[in-house]
Design a binder for this molecule. Structure first.
Ligand code: XMP
Length: 516
């Protein structure tokens, strides 16, 4: 494994993902972890991430004691580079000129990391402090007009530092630098491949579940689908999947789970039609948080009832139902392990809120994976592209995309508009460029329009296409005008209640991706 030591913010996840793109397994650990604990994980290499602090400020995170004496090849990036320089006797200071964004570095001595790369390269920088003197024994391998020590190394001690961000795609040769560190400096082997990941996960599941039974809640999303497919591969008919159709899904989604997913995997599927129940529970409710809480609560009740039925049906058998499969991903694990208690912006509901008295043991085969790896694994397992490349969709579904009360009629209107937007996006070949494309019905807003010489008084829908790496931040997607044009024309022509289409051009922050 390669340990990515997290010095704050979201820098570490991107580094960890890039390492895995080099087919080397990586794991994020907090910068407060003692070195002995790090070494217990037998790392082949250590990477220190960037971070938002200044090394010389009181209370700024520093390297754990002894980190630079382990003999494990270590690369410091940005803040990590400065931490290394400062800890070993170099000088880090505030400079008058900050470097943010694209910068040119001059390679003065290729050393191990920059060998064979052009002497002038464009890199991504994001810093105000810089290293003005390298520690004794280090070679300076690159500089910029502003930063005297843009890269340094001490190969005999296995220590390397770069001020720029090799993990960012704007750094022209970033992946080469990372590869040179992993393979030349640290001697890692590229064994982290999808075939290995799948085989290993299947073995682990078999060992964990043995001859017992497991259940899995399917949401229609890629995570639960891949988790279920993997467990199905491992234990076959010992798995039962539960799909709660709460009536808040998009057009064709329930069918996709019931037909395509079952066809691709052969799972034993238990569908619960709970549409009435959810509509009744949501009647008259307009407040977003109340909607979320009601849906979360009802979902748990329905799922629990289904689970109990399945348990009872198999009770007394040797193969009692003992396990619950969940599609928890690595970012969830990292974020909840961070312990910093991020502000509760929205109450996200997952099956994770299941009550304790259900007493299942969790099976979480995707706990170490990032979303892109889950998709690759889904493809490896033969799941259809429509499932593998499906955009993320919130648990509360269309209910939080209807601004106002949720009714059956409004759901039908939104479902039609949403289906058109999705269809046109797919037709334009843009599905994989867009992270998510919510369509939001402003059900309590009306506007005047004219169609076929007569006045209309209908509702607007909002198109909210966004790009993102992880949904933590997002930007509004610059969809081509002709695609927007087709969506707008088709929606206003084909969905009678809608007479206006608007585009949301807010990034996150300050907006969130969903409207509620
Ligand atoms: P926001 O709106 O907070 O959304 O920018 C970030 C990501 O989370 C999804 N989302 C949810 N997912 N249950 C979920 O499983 C929820 O309650 C929920 N609310 C938002 C949203 O679609 C986006 O991908």
């Amino acid at each position: 494994t390669v340990l990515v030591v997290d010095f704050g913010a979201q820098y570490a996840q991107l580094i960890a993902r890039r390492v895995r793109e080099c087919n080397v397994f990586s794991e994020i650990v907090p910068c407060t972890m003692p070195v002995a604990e790090m070494l217990a994980k037998r790392p082949k290499a250590i990477i220190l991430s960037g971070g938002p602090s200044s090394v010389y400020e009181p209370g700024a995170p520093s390297a754990p004691d002894g980190l630079f004496e382990t003999g494990v090849p270590t690369l410091g990036i940005c803040y990590g580079h400065q931490v290394m320089a400062q800890a070993l006797g170099g000088v880090v200071e505030n400079s008058d000129v900050a470097e943010y964004g694209g910068t040119t570095v001059n390679v003065v001595d290729g050393g191990v990391l920059l060998a064979g790369l052009p002497t002038v390269q464009s890199v991504w920088m994001s810093h105000r402090d810089h290293t003005s003197a390298a520690p004794a024994g280090f070679r300076i391998t690159a500089r910029t007009d502003v930063t005297p020590v843009a890269a340094m190394e001490h190969p005999e001690r296995g220590l390397y530092g770069v001020q720029f961000h090799p993990e960012v795609l704007h750094t022209e040769h970033g992946m080469q630098v990372l590869r040179r560190f992993l393979f030349e400096a640290a001697g890692c082997r590229p064994g982290w491949t999808m075939v290995n990941i799948a085989e290993e996960a299947i073995e682990t599941i078999r060992a964990q579940v043995g001859g017992k039974r497991a259940i899995c809640g399917l949401s229609g999303g890629v995570d639960s689908a891949v988790a279920a497919a993997l467990v199905q591969r491992a234990i076959g008919s010992q798995l039962t999947c539960v799909f709660v159709d709460h009536g808040l899904l998009r057009k064709g989604e329930a069918e996709q789970v019931e037909k395509d997913f079952v066809a691709a995997t052969g799972v034993d599927l238990h569908v619960v039609d709970a549409q009435e129940r959810f509509l009744n529970a949501l009647a008259g409710v307009t407040d977003p948080e109340t909607k979320r809480k009601i849906i979360g609560r009802e979902f748990i009740r329905v799922f629990e009832a289904a689970a109990r039925e399945i348990v009872e049906a198999h009770a007394g058998e040797v193969a009692d139902v003992e396990f619950l499969v969940q599609g928890t991903l690595y970012p969830d694990v990292v974020e909840s392990g961070g312990g910093t208690g991020a502000a509760n912006i929205k109450s996200h509901h997952n099956v994770g809120g299941l009550p304790e008295d259900l007493k299942f043991t969790l099976v979480e085969p995707l706990r170490t994976l990032f979303k892109d790896e889950v998709r690759a694994l889904g493809e490896q397992l033969g799941l259809p592209a429509e499932i593998v490349w499906r955009h993320p969709f919130p648990g509360p579904g269309l209910a939080i995309r209807i601004i106002g009360e949720v009714t059956r009629e409004r759901l039908d209107v939104l479902r039609e508009a949403d289906a058109i937007a999705r269809e046109e996006l797919t037709r334009a070949g843009l599905d994989r460029d867009i992270w998510q494309f919510p369509v939001v019905l402003l059900a309590d807003v009306r506007s005047v329009g004219v169609q076929g010489d007569s006045r209309t008084y209908g509702h607007p829908v909002v198109l909210r296409p966004v790009t993102s790496e992880d949904a933590m931040t997002a930007d509004w997607a610059r969809l081509p005008y002709d695609v927007l044009q087709r969506i707008s024309t088709r929606i206003t022509n084909e969905v009678r209640e809608i007479n206006r289409v608007v585009v949301d051009i807010t990034s996150k922050p300050p907006g969130t991706i969903e409207w509620e």
